[in-house]
Design a protein around this ligand. Structure first.
Ligand code: SF4
Length: 549
């Protein structure tokens, strides 16, 4: 029987009217091979509450995907961190518990109740325990999550947080897997039964990735797809007596993978060549990049970016109005710049507006208000704070600001392809350093500069941040994070001015990003978000930690 004819009601499969299964299949395979980071999936976002995207957003996403795999209401969870990993010393302070408590109790990450997610889990009578354990890992941010459902069904997951809210589930009940939250999935378990791989393969159309594996007496069958599985397929699978359990795994990332089209440029040098040949600016290239990655239309992507910008501007307004949160080091300070101007202590300037905006965003973040991680929650002030200030100074249009965010986004995407955004692996140079490069490119875009100038501005900005350590005081993402965000934003402004004026960046951006990775590898772990070095172990910091604990 032919594959297509064996698939019930093909027309139900979203996209089947315009895309052939072969196209979907090719696109899916290509996406797996290329693995280009997306601007919305990996750089600008998630929209979230919490102090840290690698702690709060990634743990929330792991928890929500874990619930899908468990496939029945949760009764109890054990969350374990490896004692030698970066999460063990600060999982409470940096919001990992907030992410797991909220995710496991079914809250959306922007829900106001995330602020008291532990109490919400208790109200729902879900028991969540945390433990520092010892288990083999190859990543600093690894978690072992064991879930028990109401029927005592047990699922054990090994997952890692990759920085900026990205994550990967790497094992389920001892089976190696690769789940990044950007595809629809089916995970099927069958114990002590005949292998039905061939039968299952024939039920599913091309375009769906299929794998099977046996572990002891249990066989795991896994499907991944860029489109939801049609109800008819689900019914046929559920009627198979040899299948014990079918977990439907829903994507949790904003953009679904596997729908991409060919990109006209890949490396940074090829992007610059393409920009020159097509006379495109970096904002246009950022939009083209995301269009190719996502398969979405320009209208959809511009609307998505507009929504992101509105959220960022609302976070700035919230911060400036004044925010409160008990477990916090810094009081509100963002209003002090305006006060000092009114009192004639300082004169008005665009730098003042940058400092004010960045402070407001960081204060919103520290008060667990909704923010956009860009590229991370810890560095959320830099891009949003500087682009708002400069766009207002220049009276930029909404479309110009959207383009500036796409220019910032594509720089972040190249950064994500390099070192990524995990301070636990590379220090703050990949948070505030990356944000500074992104902001510099966005500012050049706002000022009408070329793609080459925007890339050079990013290069100069990141060069100035190489080696920046991660040493948060009392494990809160506030000090020195606020100052680092402000410096990154002002550095972005200075780098943009230099690039527009024709200064020579000397080192190309791709080589700067590679250097960030190389330097990150040589940094000691005590200055990689472990709270064991840098400013975190000064007398003043230890006093603050004692006071807050
Ligand atoms: S020092 Fe930088 S990387 Fe570390 S928590 Fe603060 S903002 Fe994040």
């Amino acid at each position: 029987m032919g594959l297509k004819s064996d698939f019930p009601n093909n027309s139900e499969y979203p996209g089947s009217e315009t895309i052939s299964y072969t196209d979907i299949y090719i696109s899916f395979i290509e996406s797996k091979m290329k693995k280009f980071p997306g601007i919305f999936n990996d750089v600008i976002g998630p929209v979230m509450r919490g102090p840290s995207s690698s702690h709060t957003a990634a743990s929330w996403r792991i928890a929500r995907t874990g619930l899908d795999i468990l496939n029945e209401p949760l009764q109890k969870a054990l969350v374990e961190f490896d004692g030698d990993g970066a999460w063990a010393p600060n999982y409470r302070e940096q919001g990992t518990t907030m992410g797991f408590d909220g995710g496991l109790s079914g809250l959306e990450i922007t829900d106001e109740r995330m602020k008291s997610a532990a109490s919400y889990a208790l109200q729902k009578e879900i028991i969540i325990e945390y433990q520092v354990s010892s288990f083999p890992t190859d990543h600093a941010n690894t978690v072992r999550l064991t879930l028990w459902g109401i029927s005592e069904k047990k699922v054990q997951i090994i997952a890692v947080s990759l920085g900026g809210g990205s994550f990967e589930i790497r094992a389920v009940n001892g089976f190696p897997v690769q789940l990044n939250g950007d595809l629809y999935g089916l995970m099927i378990f069958s114990g002590n039964k005949t292998d039905i791989s061939d039968e299952l393969k024939n039920m599913i159309p091309p375009g769906v990735d299929f794998s099977s594996e046996q572990h002891g007496a249990v066989i795991k069958y896994e499907f991944k797809s860029s489109y939801p599985f049609p109800p008819e397929v689900m019914t046929r699978l559920r009627n198979k007596p040899v299948i014990d359990d079918i977990a439907v795994i829903n994507p949790i990332m904003p953009v679904i993978a596997g729908r991409q089209t060919d990109m006209p440029f890949t490396s940074i040098p090829s992007l610059i060549d393409y920009a020159r040949a097509s006379d495109a600016d970096l904002g246009e290239l950022g939009l083209t990049y995301e269009k190719c990655i996502s398969g979405n239309s320009e209208e959809e992507l511009n609307a998505k970016m507009k929504e992101i910008i509105l959220i960022i501007h609302k976070s700035i307004d919230t911060g400036l109005k004044g925010t409160h949160y008990t477990d916090r080091i810094l009081r509100q300070q963002s209003h002090l710049i305006g006060n000092a101007e009114k009192e004639g202590k300082i004169w008005e300037s665009v730098v003042n507006r940058i400092i004010e905006n960045v402070s407001a965003l960081m204060e919103s973040k520290s008060a667990m208000e909704v923010i956009v991680a860009a590229p991370t929650a810890g560095s959320c002030g830099t891009v949003g704070g500087s682009l708002k200030a400069i766009s207002e100074k220049m009276a930029s249009s909404e479309n110009e600001l959207i383009k500036a965010y796409f220019a910032a986004g594509i720089v972040g995407a190249y950064f994500a392809r390099g070192s990524g955004f995990s301070a636990e692996e590379h220090g703050c140079q990949v948070e505030c350093g990356a944000a500074s490069g992104m902001a510099a490119a966005g500012i050049v875009q706002l000022m009408g500069g070329t793609a080459r100038q925007a890339i050079d501005a990013a290069s100069m900005a990141i060069q100035n941040m190489i080696g920046l350590v991660c040493d948060p005081v009392a494990d809160r993402v506030e000090v020195p994070c606020l100052g680092k965000n402000i410096s990154a934003a002002v550095n972005a402004w200075a780098s943009a001015i230099m690039a527009i004026s024709g200064y020579d960046a000397v080192i190309p951006l791709d080589q700067v990003i590679q250097t960030v990775s190389n330097v990150g590898k040589t940094m000691p772990s005590c200055v990689k978000c472990t709270g064991k070095g840098g400013l975190a172990i000064t007398e003043a910091a230890l006093n603050i930690k004692n006071r807050l604990t």
